[in-house]
Design a protein around this ligand. Structure first.
Ligand SMILES: [Fe+2]
Length: 137
């Protein structure tokens, strides 16, 4: 589990770097490759988390009310972030900032949601899972 968490933390860092790179793009820069990279990373990250983190968390939720509460809180928030990201990617895929008046505003909004989600996972969810795993050994 600790290797999985470490990989996920590294992906969080890469997602934040990609968001910063998008923020730094100026008019005339092609958005396409950065958007595609970020979308690909987020889709694979969320899939990995679903199998490797939320799968075990769902099992723990049957044993622990604390895990069940985490699962409920995490699931609602994750769906909200996923839908926001899909809307953003659909809107801006294949475009350049010069074509997109709302781009900066939409990026800031999405970036805030993603960073809050990452913070929740890094600060609460991952330590909870690691600690729970230790108690089971
Ligand atoms: Fe994550």
């Amino acid at each position: 589990m600790s290797e999985t968490i470490e990989t996920l933390r590294k992906e969080h860092e890469q997602i934040c770097r990609d968001l910063d790179e998008l923020r730094g793009l100026t008019e005339g820069c092609p958005l396409e490759s950065v958007i595609e990279d970020l979308e690909r990373l987020i889709v694979s990250h969320v899939s990995r988390e679903d199998v490797e983190v939320y799968g075990p968390l769902r099992k723990l939720a049957t044993l622990s009310s604390e895990a069940d509460a985490f699962l409920t809180k995490s699931r609602q928030d994750l769906e909200y972030v996923k839908i926001s990201a899909l809307i953003f990617f659909e809107k801006y895929r294949g475009k350049s900032p010069a074509m997109c008046g709302d781009f900066k505003k939409d990026l800031e909004r999405l970036s805030g949601k993603i960073r809050a989600r990452i913070d929740l996972e890094n600060r609460e969810l991952f330590p909870f899972l690691l600690n729970f795993w230790k108690t089971l050994k």
